[in-house]
Design a protein. Structure first.
Lengths: 121, 409
């Protein structure tokens, strides 16, 4: 089964990216390699910090464009990773190892292949 | 909350902590329905909150809870009787209950409940969670956290397991001597599971394991009290006490991870080590070696460092070798390789690690931590760095991650 890890990072974690903190990068590098070698890594990417986000919605035919991320929370979506694992238990085990799990939050969500199939035909 | 209410709260908490398992065990021993016994008891605990705050704490709180829970159970069963035949159970509840509750004394059935939880008909993965809930009264949320499983999933699995106990008629009894060894192993395994597997020099410290350590030790004490002549019960208790004796030394001043070999032995608890040693020598007198005694023996060699200032890795390697014959788990194989690395040569250790099937270790953190150290000793720097990366990537505990990052360089 495929799961998405939605990785919510703290402002400090976003800051330590640009400061090029060796430990931040090293921990992620190690995690990525471990996932790759274990054969569970499907894909994923980091996202630019939340202030680079822009939201769009169309309400009553009118466009609303806003600066910033959708949700105004302390932890913000900082990236995602797709993994292939046999069960939610196994996915939680891998999510707990994610460097962000000890500073921010990792949400584990199953992908919805059925819905995708209906959409893409 | 005023102070009287606060006192009531504490009393209820204390009684629940001390008596939960005894009450659930006694209530379910004859009905075989653990879930209903637990429901009845939690209703009794809620009732106690109002009743005891108003009228004061009864002389025998345990008996009060038992009586109240029993009435709830009778109500439930009377209701069920319409659907099925529960006459014998009802008879038991209304008649035989009377005597023990009036004197406040009732038989301790926890041992039976422990064996029910670790019954071969129940999924081995559920032995420890079941035991934690029924014998110790931990809620599903806390158990889910400890096992890193989604709370709803854990809740469903617990419900399913209890339904199985009820529906398949798993007997509430201490197994016959002929099947005791195997059944006891499962019960000990469940207790050790609660203590937190992965209590290993190289592995990260498991937070939930720490939380459960005391509960597990307490359970082993209960078991030993009830079965004082079982060598492996002594062995398990000794093993856990050795580990527990080092709790204060396992983290540095800033919360950093300190591996066993670098721990300040001054911080080890002499009293706990002494107690562990007593249990281990009691076990030896019984003349039946087993997995937990061997693991405790390994820890006892480590404990010697407090006296001699050095670790006898040869002795540890010998114990691991014996252990791998009885219990050839991944953890044992890796512990053996680590001991060989320390006692003789890294070459031999690497051969041992290479002999392990690769699929089994692709996400097993201790393997990569030991492999990294072995490769570094052999001067295979680049391969060592790769192994360090995998060990870091697979570690969950941030302190262990930091430690390995520093070692990696």
């Amino acid at each position: 089964m495929q799961y998405a890890f939605l990785i919510y990072e703290t402002p400090q974690a976003f800051a330590s990216r640009s400061e090029d903190k060796a430990t931040y990068t090293a921990a992620w590098k190690a995690y990525y390699n471990a996932a790759l070698e274990a054969g569970i890594y499907v894909g994923g990417d980091p996202l630019e910090p939340p202030e680079t986000g822009t939201t769009v919605r169309v309400k009553d035919g009118k466009r609303r464009v806003q600066d910033g991320p959708f949700a105004d929370t302390k932890e913000q979506l900082g990236g995602f990773m797709i993994v292939e694992l046999p069960s939610l238990d196994a996915a939680l085990e891998w999510a707990a190892r994610c460097p962000t799990a000890s500073s921010g939050v990792v949400e584990v969500r199953p992908l919805a292949p059925e819905t995708k199939r209906r959409v893409t035909g | 909350m005023n102070s009287a209410d606060q006192d009531t709260h504490w009393t209820i908490e204390r009684v629940a902590r001390e008596s939960y398992g005894r009450l659930v065990a006694f209530l379910s021993a004859h009905t075989r329905d653990v879930a209903s016994a637990e429901d009845a008891l939690s209703e009794a605990l809620v009732a106690a909150l109002t009743s005891w705050s108003r009228d004061g704490v009864p002389k025998n709180p345990e008996a009060w809870l038992l009586t109240t829970a029993r009435h709830r159970l009778i109500d439930v069963i009377r209701h069920q009787r319409v659907v099925d035949e529960s006459e014998p159970t009802l008879l038991f509840l209304t008649q035989q209950f009377k005597e023990p509750t009036s004197s406040g004394e009732f038989p301790d059935e926890r041992l039976k409940l422990l064996f029910v939880c670790a019954h071969p008909a129940i999924d081995p993965a559920m032995h420890t969670p079941l035991m934690l809930q029924t014998v110790l009264g931990l809620d599903a949320m806390r158990i889910a956290n400890a096992f890193l499983i989604a709370p709803t999933t854990m809740g469903q699995r617990l419900v399913r397991a209890k339904k199985k106990i009820r529906d398949s008629g798993i007997p509430f009894e201490v197994p016959q001597p002929s099947e005791l060894p195997q059944r006891l192993d499962a019960a000990l395994e469940a207790i050790y599971g609660a203590f937190g597997i992965g209590w290993d020099d190289m592995a990260g410290i498991d937070q939930s394991g720490q939380e459960l350590a005391e509960e597990a030790i307490w359970l082993a004490r209960v078991l030993l009290h009830l079965m004082p002549k079982e060598a492996e019960v002594q062995g398990l208790l000794a093993l856990m006490l050795y580990c527990e004796s080092r709790r204060a030394a396992r983290r540095g001043k800033r919360g950093e991870y300190v591996p066993l070999s670098e721990q300040d032995t001054q911080l080890w608890s002499v009293a706990l080590i002494q107690e562990a040693e007593n249990h281990l020598s009691e076990a030896a007198k019984l003349g039946r070696i087993g997995r937990f005694q061997l693991e405790a023996a390994i820890q006892s060699v480590h404990a010697e460092r407090a006296r001699t200032g050095q670790t006898e890795w040869n002795a540890i390697a010998v114990f691991y070798q014996q252990l791998s014959r009885i219990s050839p788990t991944l953890g044992t194989q890796i512990g053996y390789a680590a001991a060989i690395m320390e006692s003789r040569e890294a070459d031999a250790a690497l051969q041992l690690l290479d002999a392990i099937e690769q699929d089994a270790v692709s996400s097993y953190q201790p393997y990569w931590a030991v492999r990294a150290h072995v490769l570094r000793r052999l001067g295979r720097t680049r391969e060592a760095l790769n192994a360090f990366d995998r060990a870091i990537g697979l570690a969950e505990d941030p302190a262990a991650k930091q430690f390995l990052l520093k070692k990696r360089g």
